[in-house]
Design a protein around this ligand. Structure first.
Ligand SMILES: Nc1ncnc2c1ncn2[C@@H]1O[C@H](COP(=O)(O)OP(=O)(O)OP(=O)(O)O)[C@@H](O)[C@H]1O
Length: 587
């Protein structure tokens, strides 16, 4: 928590000090009020006191109350400013950190948990500062200051106040013991709830199509009930809190007055009035002591959750991306678009066994290298290693004769154009999607964008949009078909003019004709660009310069379609399962 508070700016620290002074002022003013009450009771005892004499201390009491009210408004204003400013900064840092994460760190936390940490957890911190600054400082200051005011007074009254304070301390301890662990659970339950909600929303069509609403409802209900139970528990504790506090403060007043009756009875003559006056003033101060403890108790309702949230935010800020990039520019060579895999072995983080074993292959500029194999054989994994989405475990991976680790991130991303299995479009327009990011081809003009769209076979449907390039793209590109999304994603990468294009099953949603057209135009228009293609359809890869056949992470064959069809059993099985001998021979 303190680590997060360290992120406050100089201005915010100054505001904390000013707030502290205003809180002192507020408490001082509030504790001055009983003095005037004492004056009034003294004046009432003196014979010949007129109403006008009481008005002066009366107005002073009103003035003090108003001044204290103004001071509390100022503290509230500053607290809100500090809370909003600090959390804005931390939110930015968390977002930045998550942006730098590699896939394995995102997998480590899970997406819903990262969303909760950036939103809900930060709200807890914001609440703690906004409400807590008043409560944390004001509670102890009021309690201690009020105790010094009544110290040395009648011991019987002090003893009753001591009993009330003891009772409050017991309450504080009980809250710490019982409520804190429950609050610690809330955030992880919220993660779970977010995860289920997210999954349900993403898969809503599947849920409906399979009549699986009840199944999903049951999953949601479990998490929902768990959260409700914790909230109910906290609510019940809170509902007990207020009556218990009233009971303590009323009991204290009653105790002081009850003892007072005996003291007044025992006093003689004018002393009776003095004891009565002291009793009224003592009660006011004793109430302030109780109020101080009530404020301190309130913080224990906010603090446990905020502590857990702070820890969860720190976890995100502390976890350094497992893949670090150098800042040093790599020495440029004449070699462009060359890829070398030498004995590359790879295991996913936290996995026991490698999914790739001793993979060897090379590709040079302009070549098309294709990967084929059964599902789970490691085709996509090979492609993910090239832009360093994951780090190889053993062996060497070179691009243009330099190890991939020698490249700064921007440079590597300029060289490689990677199109993932699931195309990702962002909300905005077609143009904003095309123009996002930077590369050596930037800034992009309409001519460059249109050329990229044309190569990707996307120009025709973009032209059909009334707004053309300015047509709206919904979040996730949901207003485009699967094939259209794939083509827009391909166009976006082509516009960057990378040396190496990586297509991870990017033609799967295209019809046979578009697939063929796209591949032949890629060959014609981008003859210098190295193309790596993972595809399920043999027809998509059969004209590649080199085909790598994978089985359970091992390369079990490589060569051209003709070579493999003649010699490689795995390739033959895949090929014959999709096309007839005549079709294969014809192609
Ligand atoms: N992010 C991941 N974390 C852990 N294991 C993974 C991850 N992604 C893939 N795997 C595992 O790695 C193996 C290879 O997966 P990969 O996606 O490379 O296969 P693929 O040949 O591309 O399959 P497909 O054709 O079905 O896309 C699989 O056994 C899979 O379970």
């Amino acid at each position: 928590m303190f680590r997060l508070f360290n992120k406050t700016s100089k201005m915010e620290r100054l505001l904390v000090i000013i707030s502290f002074l205003f809180i002192l002022l507020q408490v001082g003013l509030e504790l001055k009020i009983p003095d005037y009450m004492s004056d009034i009771t003294r004046l009432l005892q003196e014979p010949g006191t007129k109403t006008g004499d009481i008005l002066t201390p009366g107005f002073k009491m009103i003035g003090l109350s108003l001044a204290s009210f103004a001071a509390s408004i100022i503290v509230g204003y500053f607290a809100a400013r500090i809370a909003a400013g600090l959390t804005m900064r931390i939110r930015g840092e968390v977002f930045q950190q998550v942006t730098d994460y590699s896939t394995s760190e995102i997998q480590h936390f899970s997406v819903p948990s990262l969303v909760t940490r950036t939103t809900n957890d930060l709200t807890q911190i914001q609440m703690l500062i906004a409400m807590g600054l008043q409560v944390v400082i004001k509670g102890p200051v009021t309690a201690v200051w009020a105790i010094t005011k009544i110290a040395g007074q009648n011991w019987q009254w002090t003893a009753v106040t001591g009993v009330a304070v003891f009772f409050l301390l017991v309450m504080l301890t009980l809250i710490m013991v019982f409520v804190r662990p429950k609050f610690a659970m809330v955030q992880s339950i919220t993660d779970n709830l977010n995860g289920i909600t997210r999954e349900n929303l993403i898969g809503i069509r599947v849920v409906r199509a399979y009549n699986a609403e009840k199944y999903q409802d049951a999953k949601f209900e479990g998490a929902n009930n768990e959260l409700t139970a914790v909230n109910l528990f906290a609510g019940r504790m809170m509902s007990m809190f207020s009556p218990v506090m009233t009971l303590v403060s009323s009991g204290l007043t009653l105790g002081v007055y009850w003892i007072g009756t005996f003291l007044i009875q025992d006093a003689v003559g004018m002393d009776k009035l003095t004891v009565f006056s002291n009793m009224v003033v003592f009660t006011s101060y004793a109430m302030q002591v109780v109020m101080g403890f009530i404020l301190m108790t309130m913080i224990f309702f906010i603090l446990p959750r905020a502590l857990v949230s702070a820890q969860r935010i720190n976890e995100v800020l502390d976890l350094q991306p497992s893949i670090q990039f150098t800042d040093k520019e790599v020495e440029t060579t004449d070699v462009k678009g060359k890829i070398d895999f030498r004995n590359v072995t790879f295991a996913y983080p936290d996995a026991k066994n490698p999914v790739l074993h001793d993979v060897n292959f090379s590709a040079i500029a302009g070549q098309t290298v294709a990967f084929i194999g059964s599902t789970g054989s490691g085709k996509s994994t090979i492609l993910k290693l090239i832009p360093r989405l994951f780090e190889i475990s053993k062996g060497s991976l070179k691009i243009d004769n330099h190890d991939v680790k020698e490249y700064p991130q921007d440079e590597l991303n300029d060289i490689i154009g990677y199109i993932p299995q699931k195309p990702v479009l962002f909300s905005g327009t077609i143009r904003s999607n095309m123009e996002m990011g930077t590369s050596k081809a930037y800034p992009l003009d309409d001519e460059k964008i249109n050329r990229a769209l044309e190569i990707a076979q996307a120009k025709s449907f973009v032209d059909e949009e009334p707004e053309g390039l300015d047509a709206n793209v919904a979040q996730g590109g949901t207003n485009f078909s699967g094939g259209q999304k794939q083509r827009l994603a391909i166009a976006r990468v082509i516009a960057r003019e990378p040396e190496i294009l990586i297509f991870d099953d990017s033609f799967s949603a295209l019809d046979y004709q578009t697939d063929q057209k796209l591949r032949s135009i890629l060959k014609e228009e981008l003859p210098e660009t190295t193309k790596l293609i993972v595809a399920q359809r043999i027809s998509t890869i059969m004209d590649a310069d080199l085909i790598i056949v994978l089985e359970e992470g091992h390369v079990v064959g490589s060569g051209t379609h003709k070579d493999l069809l003649a010699k490689n059993q795995v390739y033959q099985e895949i090929a014959y399962s999709q096309l007839s001998k005549e079709e294969l021979a014809h192609e």
